[in-house]
Design a protein around this ligand. Structure first.
Ligand SMILES: Nc1ncnc2c1ncn2[C@@H]1O[C@H](COP(=O)(O)OP(=O)(O)O)[C@@H](O)[C@H]1O
Ligand SMILES: [Mg+2]
Length: 474
C-alpha cells in the first residue's frame, strides 16, 4: 500500500552499495549544508540548491518542474539524488530510473516513461472506518470440554459513559489471545477487518503497576460512545491504481512487476476518479519525485515526450542527471549541451556539481572506510586520497575493500600503505588501462577505434587521458 516504502526498503537492503553511506542531504534547519553530515561531504552549492528544491517538494507546492544535475562523473550527482530521496516524507513517492531502463521490448519507451511518471504521483486517500474503542471489563471464553468444536465467548467493554457486552467468534478469540488482551486493557477493534490493537492499560488499574512491569503504558478510559468513526489515511501511487484497475492484469501484477502496457482508457478513468475524490475532499495529490539518472541516454522521442508530460497538472518533480558536455542528442545529428535538446533545457533548472578538493576526497574515503567496515592507517588514507585525486573518486572507493582483503591475507588488522600499493598495481584505473591499450593495441581484437564516430565527451576524455599520441594512431 505504501508508495515509497518499496524503494526505501530496497535501499536499506543494499548492504554496502555505492551510496549506502548517504542518509540525507546533511542540511541544518535553515537549509544550510553542513560541511560533513549524513554521509555527505562538500559539494555545498549543489546541496544547498537541492535543499531548496526539497523544501518546495515537501510543501507540495510545485509540480511539473524539472531539475538537471550536471557535472563530471563521480561528482556526486546520484549521491545528492539519493540524499534527497531519504529526506522526503514517508509518503512522498520517489522513483529512480536509469534512462536505459526504458528501452525494453515489452513496452514502448513512452509507456515506460508514463508509468515512471505515474509511479511518482501519490494519492493520499482519506477513509473513514468504524472502530470500537473501550476498556476491557471482562473476557469470558467458553471452552467445550472436548477441546473440539467452535469456541465462543463474551467480551465486555466500557467507556466512561457506557458498557456493552459483545459476542465473540473463534476468530476474535484468537485475535484477543494473540494480543494478550486482559481485563483493564484499553483496546480498539476495527469493525471492517476485525483487527485488534492494544492502546495501553487503563489508569484505573494503575495500582496493578507493580505486577505489570515498568514498560506498561497507561491511558485514560475512553469517553463517549463505544463505537467511533476514525479517519485513516493511506497513500497509493497513480500507477498502483492503474495496475489494480487494469482488467487484464489485476493487482497480482503489482507483485510480479509484470504490468505490461496499460490502456489509456484505464488511466483516463483513474484520473476522473481522482479528480472527483479531490473535489469531494476525500483525496489529495502528493506530487513526488522522478529521478532519471544518465538522462543523456534517452533519445529525441523521449525528450519531446518529457516536454509535454511536464506540462500535465499531475506531473511530479523530475530530476535528471547528465555527465555529458556538448554531446550529440540521441536519435539526431545535432549536438547540444548535456546531450539534451535546447527546448527541454529551457525548462530545466540546472544544478552543477564540481570536482572535489583533496580534503573532501579524503573525508569521503574515510566515510566509505567506515561504511565498508575497513580499518585503515592515516598514511594509507593519504595515499588513497592521492590516488583518488589523480585517477577518480570511484576508483579509489573500489580499492578500499580490495585492499582490506590484501591486508587480511597478511593477517594485519588495518590496511597500510603497502596494501594500497599492491591493489593499485593489481587493478588498473582508466588512465593506465588506456596506456596499456596504446602499448599493446596490435594484439587486441577489433582495434579500429575511429575517433570521429565517438561522442565528443568520450573523445575528449579518452584523448586527454591518452595524450595526443592516440589521436595520431587512430
Ligand atoms: N559529496 C559526497 N559525499 C559523500 N559521498 C559522495 C559525495 N559525492 C560522491 N560520493 C560518492 O562517490 C561515489 C561516486 O559518486 P556518484 O554520485 O555516483 O557520482 P555521479 O553520479 O556524479 O557520477 C558514490 O559512491 C557516491 O556515494
Ligand atoms: Mg551517477
Amino acid at each position: 500500500m505504501a508508495t515509497s516504502s518499496s524503494l526505501r526498503d530496497l535501499t536499506k537492503m543494499e548492504r554496502i552499495g555505492a551510496h549506502s553511506h548517504i542518509h540525507g542531504l546533511g542540511l541544518d534547519d535553515s537549509l544550510e549544508p553542513r560541511q560533513t553530515s549524513q554521509g555527505m561531504v562538500g559539494q555545498v552549492k549543489a546541496r544547498r540548491a537541492a535543499g531548496v528544491i526539497l523544501k518546495m517538494i515537501q510543501e507540495g507546492k510545485i509540480a511539473g518542474r524539472a531539475i538537471l544535475m550536471a557535472g563530471a562523473p563521480g561528482t556526486g550527482k546520484t549521491a545528492i539524488a539519493m540524499g534527497m530521496a531519504q529526506s522526503l516524507g514517508a509518503d512522498v513517492p520517489f522513483t529512480m530510473l536509469a534512462a536505459s531502463e526504458i528501452f525494453s521490448l515489452e513496452m514502448s519507451k513512452t509507456e515506460a516513461l508514463t508509468q515512471a511518471f505515474r509511479r511518482s504521483i501519490g494519492v493520499r486517500i482519506k477513509e473513514e472506518s468504524e472502530i470500537i474503542e473501550g476498556e476491557v471489563v471482562e473476557i469470558q471464553i467458553d471452552r467445550s470440554t472436548t477441546g473440539l468444536g467452535q469456541k465462543s465467548g463474551k467480551l465486555t467493554l466500557k467507556t466512561t459513559e457506557m458498557e456493552t457486552i459483545y459476542d465473540l467468534g473463534a476468530k476474535m478469540i484468537d485475535a484477543l489471545n494473540k494480543e494478550k488482551v486482559m481485563a483493564g486493557d484499553v483496546i480498539t477493534i476495527d469493525k471492517a477487518s476485525g483487527r485488534i490493537s492494544k492502546l495501553g492499560r487503563s489508569f484505573t488499574r494503575a495500582r496493578d503497576y507493580d505486577a505489570m512491569g515498568s514498560d506498561t503504558k497507561f491511558v485514560q478510559c475512553p469517553e463517549g460512545e463505544l463505537q467511533k468513526r476514525k479517519e485513516v489515511v493511506h497513500t497509493v501511487s497513480l500507477h498502483e491504481m492503474d495496475v489494480i484497475n487494469s482488467r487484464t492484469q489485476g493487482f497480482l501484477a503489482l507483485f510480479s512487476g509484470d504490468t505490461g502496457e496499460i490502456k489509456s482508457e484505464v488511466r483516463d478513468q483513474i484520473n476522473v476518479k481522482v479528480t472527483e475524490w479531490r473535489e469531494e475532499g476525500k483525496a489529495e495529490i502528493v506530487p513526488g519525485v522522478l529521478f532519471i539518472d544518465e538522462v543523456h541516454v534517452l533519445d529525441i522521442e523521449c525528450f519531446s515526450f518529457l516536454n509535454r508530460a511536464l506540462e500535465d497538472d499531475m506531473a511530479p518533480v523530475v530530476i535528471m542527471a547528465s555527465n555529458r558536455g556538448i554531446a550529440r542528442i540521441r536519435g539526431t545529428q545535432y549536438k547540444s549541451p548535456h546531450g539534451l535538446p535546447v527546448d527541454l533545457l529551457d525548462r530545466l533548472l540546472i544544478i552543477s556539481t564540481t570536482a572535489y578538493s583533496e580534503d573532501e576526497v579524503k573525508q569521503i574515503l574515510t566515510i566509505r572506510c567506515e561504511e565498508e567496515d575497513v580499518a585503515m592507517t592515516e598514511d594509507a588514507k593519504d595515499i588513497l586520497t592521492r590516488i583518488g585525486m589523480e585517477t577518480s573518486l570511484r576508483y579509489a572507493i573500489h580499492l578500499i575493500t580490495a585492499s582490506s582483503l590484501v591486508a587480511k591475507k597478511r593477517k594485519a588488522t588495518a590496511v597500510d600503505v603497502a596494501d594500497i600499493k599492491r591493489v593499485y598495481s593489481l587493478f588498473l584505473d582508466e588512465k593506465r588501462s588506456v596506456q596499456m591499450l596504446k602499448e599493446y593495441q596490435s594484439q587486441y581484437m577489433y582495434n579500429e577505434v575511429d575517433m570521429d564516430d565517438r561522442e565528443p565527451a568520450i573523445v575528449q576524455h579518452a584523448s586527454a587521458a591518452a595524450g595526443s599520441q592516440m589521436d595520431t594512431t587512430a
